[in-house]
Ligand binder design. Structure first.
Ligand code: HEM
Length: 302
């Protein structure tokens, strides 16, 4: 257990103090989720064929209950990793952590956060079903808005064809290794404390058992990206200038990287701005999740 909560801290600091007093920290939970995702991913890779991604997963789902559970654990540990990392970032930003590490380390941590998102999206694309192909198309389209480098980047990140060995390689090796190496440098350890393993593994197993990830059957007219990208899908639906969306994303990333360079007052304002963007994005995400149906038509969640 960590230090008891401080009576004079702000609401957020108090919340995180209490959390860390009774539960493993967001960083520990992220590390455990990372390892569960890596171990289950390696096991899953034994039955996965990137050339026939959809078929190999369908065979797994139809004929192998253990493999289906394993796939569910991989899926859910990935989702928990994203959620715990976001939780950890909010916690660290709320106590000015950007000034407690070197500027180089802060830059690397920011890059690893972007890389984690890429690992998540590339995993979603790997499924090779209608939703995965849509996600690939969206990512390909966003990279395609960049001047000069778009063709090289599209090939280097996504490779040729719909689901290729290149994106599989980036998911399982490049992206995972970047997150691992920077994560170890940042957290200064390889393994999380034992309680985090217990929480992450048991929640992933329970979630995988009750809500196993499926595949889009190509019959349903509702095709959506991964839940954390639904806000972006909503924004892209509203604009005919996707390049502006790419520029806005780059600005938010640069703002994060620049935090330790800004005078304290500006950095506090920048964090308030980023919190506002985060909340607005969450609202768009809820709209995309609950109120959008086939062809992005408005529907009632009930
Ligand atoms: C940080 C580490 C990792 C994270 C966060 C992660 C996350 C994910 C996610 C979210 C999916 C999509 C699952 C779905 O929507 O059904 C996925 C798919 C996949 N991942 Fe990973 N993964 C990681 C590492 C690995 C590694 C190291 C391997 C293999 C060596 C791997 C192999 C696969 C395979 C084969 C799929 C496609 C099968 C499927 O859709 O279930 N992953 N991953």
């Amino acid at each position: 257990m960590n230090a008891p909560p401080d009576e004079h801290a702000s609401f957020l600091e108090n919340f995180f103090d209490r959390w860390n007093h009774y539960l493993p920290t967001g960083g520990d939970l992220s590390l455990a989720a990372f390892w569960v995702a890596v171990i289950s991913g390696v096991a899953l890779a034994l039955s996965f064929n990137p050339e026939k991604a959809y078929d190999s997963l369908q065979i797994l789902l139809l004929s192998n209950p253990g493999g289906t559970l394993l796939r569910g654990i991989h899926y859910w540990s990935g989702q928990f990793l994203l959620i715990f990392c976001t939780f950890h970032v909010v916690e660290r930003l709320s106590c000015g952590a950007e000034r407690q590490v070197s500027k180089g380390a802060w830059l690397r941590v920011s890059i690893s956060a972007a890389m984690l998102l890429f690992v998540m999206v590339s995993g979603f694309i790997l499924k090779g079903d209608k939703e995965g192909l849509l996600a690939r198309e969206v990512l390909n389209g966003l990279i395609g808005t960049l001047p000069f480098v778009h063709k090289t980047l599209q090939y280097a990140m996504l490779g040729p064809g719909q689901v290729s060995h290149i994106i599989y390689l980036h998911h399982a090796v490049t992206g995972t290794l970047v997150v691992l190496v920077i994560g170890i440098e940042h957290g200064r350890r390889l393994w999380p404390e034992w309680r985090s393993w217990v929480y992450v593994l048991s929640f992933s197993m329970i979630a995988a058992y009750f809500k196993a990830p499926g595949l889009h059957d190509s019959m349903s007219p509702v095709v959506k990206g991964p839940w954390y990208m639904l806000g972006l899908q909503e924004i892209l639906h509203q604009t005919s200038h996707p390049l502006w969306v790419v520029i806005a994303i780059a600005w938010v990333f640069l703002l994060l990287v620049a935090l330790p360079y800004l005078p304290e007052r500006y950095s506090r304002n920048a964090k308030v701005g980023m919190a506002g963007i985060f909340m607005a994005y969450l609202c768009l995400l809820m709209i995309g999740w609950l109120f959008r149906g086939a062809d992005w038509q408005w529907v009632s969640p009930w």
